[in-house]
Ligand binder design. Structure first.
Ligand SMILES: Oc1cc(-c2ccc(F)cc2)cc2cccnc12
Ligand SMILES: [Mg+2]
Length: 212
């Protein structure tokens, strides 16, 4: 059984079906007490919550679904009318996420796409009926952060004021991305120091507002 399957089983046996907060609490308890996993987690998650509440996005994209933790974390704060798309490259992780999201009762609120983000981003307008995103959460492989934010720009998926949040700026680190958003002149970018998931190590989120 994979670690991700063990997390899902723990959620199914310890959380309440249809209760997103209990699902998040179970994943976090497992992450702190049993097995570390690369969810954004409860500490950075509180900062992400604040950004979501401040932005109140109607249309949002996540790159890197993993087990669905951050998708559940975000969508639990959004109105039923909001459109949330999440992209995962790894089919095994996508399958776990699908079950986790269904257990949380949010399967009708989240559009899961299992694909390489580079292939999906150019399709979002036509195939997924997207105009522009109000918010984007980037949490997949650090070496494609810059590639993908540039793809979002060139595919006209950002608008003046779009909030782009990126995980793992310190650990494992996304220095090229941090440098790009801070110096390219297209974003007002701020770094929000925090802790690495289920750890006392340092990490942080970058929040970059597109100038349009
Ligand atoms: O939050 C994350 C953390 C790590 C990570 C894994 C092993 C380490 F030793 C350190 C960091 C990888 C991620 C990959 C994708 C999305 N998020 C990640
Ligand atoms: Mg991460």
């Amino acid at each position: 059984m994979s670690k991700e399957q063990r997390v899902l089983r723990y959620v199914q046996q310890n959380a309440s079906r249809g209760d997103p907060d209990s699902v998040l609490a179970a994943v976090d308890k497992f992450g702190w007490e049993t097995e570390w996993a690369m969810n954004v987690g409860d500490v950075k998650g509180l900062i992400l919550d604040r950004f979501v509440k401040e932005t109140a996005p109607q249309t949002m994209l996540e790159l890197g679904t993993y087990m669905g933790y951050s998708a559940i974390r975000v969508v639990r704060l959004l109105p039923e009318t909001a459109k949330f798309l999440t992209v995962e490259f790894n089919p095994e992780n996508a399958a776990i996420a699908n079950e986790m999201i269904a257990f949380a009762g949010l399967q009708n609120r989240i559009i899961q796409i299992t694909s390489d983000s580079a292939d999906v981003i150019p399709q979002l307008k036509k195939k997924y009926d997207v105009d522009t995103f109000d918010m984007v959460f980037i949490d997949h492989w650090k070496d494609v952060y810059v590639r993908d934010i540039k793809l979002l720009e060139t595919n006209n998926l950002l608008r003046k004021g779009t909030v782009v949040v990126a995980d793992n700026i310190i650990n494992p680190g996304a220095p090229e991305y941090a440098d790009y958003v801070r110096t390219c002149g297209k974003y007002d970018s701020t770094f929000h120091e925090s802790n690495f998931e289920y750890s006392d190590d340092i990490d942080g989120l970058e929040k970059s507002v597109y100038r349009g």
